[in-house]
Design a protein around this ligand. Structure first.
Ligand code: PMV
Length: 345
């Protein structure tokens, strides 16, 4: 008798944090030391297909673009094992998974948020515990995604997503992200993100190592408290449309993330000379033009240029004329903000 087989395929966007998650709470698995908020990036996504076969599990056959990728397997097996503690479905199935990113490999863009997001959507769908599309379904997918990569739990919603308990955000939780349901002001509801590729190499500090740097960090408590305050501020700016303060806060958050890395032991500088050159160009351009654009950074050298889409032509010229020289191989990737996971099959 053939064991029961089910199949599904999802795409899931990447996301970029505006207030950063950097540091975990003690105890638990992947619980954030502070709340974070992100925008999803609809045009930078992973597509993942999953075949689940009923059997004692979870076992895995994994391919990346149809080719075996043994280096990815331990992370995904660990992910499935973690989830199996919460899901009888995962415990009782084996998985054949193929995944692909729509952005080129080796761009230094973190793919784990999109990748684990897509996997989590597939599992929540096949598990069938909650009606697809219900709030509980997305919470469940977000909960699963968190167990793969913390920031991935913010990738399952099209709206700005908040992860981590916060008094100002209803139903917020350390266990999963929630969509920010309040209406976003028109001046901040139609932005874009262009990722300027400064360094396309492997991450110098893994996320796990990076978060651990906060464990005995002299400024950790102040940083976590400041991030909580920044969530209150940014959620108010998003509603009131206070672009000037929004930009200042987002840039400060990016620099705080890197400051924490520079002031830990061991310490790291992940920004490169070209990163700084880009930031200076952005500040000069803003001074000159007054246009609403901001930068943010992930735990790496690449710069996310965030801007109001109505100024696309001006920003595109700015990138071509001033910023391209700082990009590795002249590469940058642009995405609209927003975008939800899609069921593809
Ligand atoms: O999800 P992780 O464990 O890879 O952590 C990523 C953290 C940052 O990307 C640096 C910030 C964030 O909030 O996304």
């Amino acid at each position: 008798m053939n064991n029961k087989q089910m199949q599904v395929k999802y795409s899931c966007p990447s996301n970029i944090a505006l207030v950063k998650y950097w540091g975990k709470k003690e105890g638990g698995v992947q619980l954030p030391a502070n709340a974070s908020i992100s925008w999803s990036l609809s045009d930078l996504f992973a597509e993942t297909s999953m075949i689940a076969t009923q059997d004692e599990g979870p076992k895995l056959i994994f391919t990346f673009k149809g080719e075996p990728k043994p280096s990815f397997e331990p992370k995904i097996i660990a992910f499935l094992e973690r989830i199996s503690q919460y899901s009888d479905f995962v415990k009782s199935h084996n998985f054949i998974i193929d995944t692909v990113n729509n952005f080129p490999h080796g761009t230094g863009i973190a793919s784990s948020a999109a990748g684990f997001g897509a996997l989590a959507m597939c599992i929540a769908d096949l598990e069938g515990k909650y009606e697809n599309g219900s709030a509980e379904f997305f919470e469940r997918a977000s909960f699963f995604a968190r167990l793969g990569s913390g920031s991935a739990c913010r990738s399952v919603y099209g709206k700005p997503s908040v992860w981590g308990e916060h008094d100002d955000v209803e139903k917020s939780s350390d266990l999963f992200a929630v969509p920010f349901e309040k209406e976003i002001h028109a001046t901040l509801s139609n932005w874009k993100d262009c990722v300027l590729i400064v360094d396309d190499g492997e991450k110098k500090v893994s996320s796990t190592e990076g978060h651990a740097l906060l464990d005995n960090h002299p400024y950790a408590a102040a940083r976590f408290a400041n991030a909580q305050k920044n969530i209150s501020k940014i959620t108010s700016y998003l509603q009131s449309g206070d672009v000037t303060n929004f930009i200042a806060l987002v840039e400060s958050e990016a620099l705080q993330l890197h400051s924490m890395m520079m002031s830990s032991i061991p310490y790291f500088t992940l920004i490169r000379p070209n990163t700084l050159a880009i930031l200076e160009e952005i500040w000069a351009f803003r001074e000159e033009t007054n246009l609403p654009l901001a930068f943010t950074l992930d735990a790496g050298a690449n710069v996310h240029l965030l801007y109001d889409k109505q100024y696309e032509t001006e920003i595109s010229n700015f990138i071509d004329n001033k910023l391209l020289v700082y990009c590795k191989n002249g590469l940058y990737l642009c995405s609209n903000i927003g975008g939800t996971p899609q069921k593809l099959a």
